[in-house]
Design a protein around this ligand. Sequence first.
Ligand code: GUN
Length: 282
Amino acid sequence: MAQIIDGKALSQQVRNDIKTRVSELKNTKNITPGLATILVGEDPASQVYINSKNKMCVEAGMASFHEHLPADTSEADLLKLIDKLNNDKNVHGILVQLPLPKQINADRVLEAIDPKKDVDGFHPINVGNLVVGKKCLKPCTPYGMIKMLESINYDLSGKHAVVIGRSNIVGKPIALMLLEKNATVTICHSRTPDIASVVRQADVVVAAVGRAQFVKGDWIKKGAVVLDVGINRLESGKLVGDVDYEAASQNASAITPVPGGVGPMTIAMLLYNTVEAAGNTL
Ligand code: GUN
């Protein structure tokens, strides 16, 4: 049976370390790391996520600022708010919750955030630095997965990592991070023929497709490590990942559960990035 990579426990550990770094920053430099979140509209899932971010900020001793704007907010008003936060020295990290309402161009908004405060790592400057392997703020979900691999002392060098999904938030950045760690990386997506045969060659599988139990147990090579980014609700109400967890566990050497896997690490890494931004170590 596979080792379960407990994202909840690891997230707590990362947040405990962050708490220590936050008090050091307060004591030595008189800086309280501050994260500002912006939510436009009323999407319930986004509200839950934002509330959880704000709660964890406060628990870590950080300052949390939240701006909730109505769904019909204009792009100009949102850009004005971002400009204000860019110039606020108490704010070290800015996160605009995606997706944004249709009248707002998300690219223009992400590009307006000061790259030094871009704790999501979505600004083209940070994306570009990630591509060329320079220091940068890294997207939280993939960064959390790298921390999970480190937690089991997994050496990626020379391993074949197969990423399923090519989103800007997960698929593309995790592929770059795995490459940086000397893995051989394959990205599969909706146009890839016979994904099963590609996944069968993988030492590391990253499933980020957004389809319940898309990856079958017999696709997983004996001893492979499986990282599951998906959170899907079945008709029964049960939450499942993009991987058939029970079946995959029979072949994997290590696997992340859903819930309690990759999800909790995302917020931990968001706080981590905010502390990095506050310490100005980049
Ligand atoms: N919506 C879903 N995931 C994310 C994320 O990682 N960051 C932001 N800003 N919005 C999201």
